[in-house]
Design a protein around this ligand. Sequence first.
Ligand code: HEC
Ligand code: HEC
Length: 324
Amino acid sequence: MLRPLLAATVATVPLLAQRFEPQPPAFAFLQKPPLGLPAMPLPEGYTPTAAMFELGRELFHDGVLSRDRTVSCASCHPAATGFAHRDPLPPGIGGQKATRHAPALWNRGYAPLQRWDGASPTLEAFVLEPIGDPREMGHDVPAALARLNAEAPWRERFQQTFGGPATAPALQQSLATFVRGIVAGDAPYDRFVRGDPAAMTPQLRHGQWVFESKGGCWKCHTPPLFTDEDFHATGIGVQNGKAEAGRAAVTKDEADLGKWKTPTLRGVRLTEPFMHDGSLATLEDVVEFYARGGNAHPELDARMKPLDLSADDKAALLAFLRSL
Ligand code: HEC
Ligand code: HEC
């Protein structure tokens, strides 16, 4: 009896792993968001098209937007690592480093504000900013547009897609449409919630319980996006007793000192290192960080308290996080 049972278990593990691998970006987000995710809100007066998505995909992966053509969006946001970068601070133009960790881009089309401190009000506004950032692409938008219009293959791509030359709005729409197509859902959790009790193993159920009860993680990493898209101080980014400004740099409100946007936990097994400064190397480090109640911080969120987690609780929580 035991043998076939064991064989069946072993055989289903790799199958399950494959089945829940996040899907490559696709324009299908419009017609059919992945299981568990709501319809994506879209700015008024914008009708994304498959052609915009394809042009956005090409631009995202090409160095053409950077001054010396060495840096593309994908240099800092490679798909293989969940569109996040393996370096705590990713390399930009001329061997410089960005000032923050390059975050995962899953489901960012749902986010009302972009950047760790929410400084960019919309995805359209944000996507042009890396081009002009002296540490990232070291270019400027008018020069990038002039280059796109001077090179026949790009000029033609814009003509086909927008019926005219490359303009700032056309560049914004194509890049933003591609980023909106980077979606992740349809995890065991989503299948379980939609009524498939076999979708989650007992360990994943245990992990979900820790996430929701003892851990209180859901209060900020709220399903189904696993972020409340809000800003909180967890104690990351305090150097020599002094906290980085975080959200306060934008709002000029002292109460926002050291608050950073809650990142999504979708696809988190691919996106180490973690936090806005990439200071926690592994998911295990993140779980230990929360277990001790975060780091000391003058504005520490009231929800950050030492957690009473057993070794089993931690292992189950890690398995749950990796399954999202
Ligand atoms: C040199 C590395 C680098 C390059 C190149 C780069 N990014 Fe980023 N990206 C980052 C960093 C770092 C952040 C976080 C910035 C912040 O919080 O201030 C970020 C943030 C983002 C965000 C916001 C995500 C969120 O959760 O707030 C999006 C969307 C994004 N990048 C898309 C792009 C696109 C599109 C391009 C190309 C036009 C691009 N990036 C080029 C490093 C880079
Ligand atoms: C008070 C709100 C809050 C609670 C509660 C909370 N988090 Fe977070 N979480 C955040 C914020 C904010 C960040 C980003 C902090 C930064 O970058 O400085 C974060 C970052 C993370 C990251 C890093 C993701 C990335 O892409 O860098 C992981 C993983 C994570 N949290 C897991 C958890 C787990 C597991 C729990 C429960 C044990 C939890 N969080 C509880 C707000 C919270």
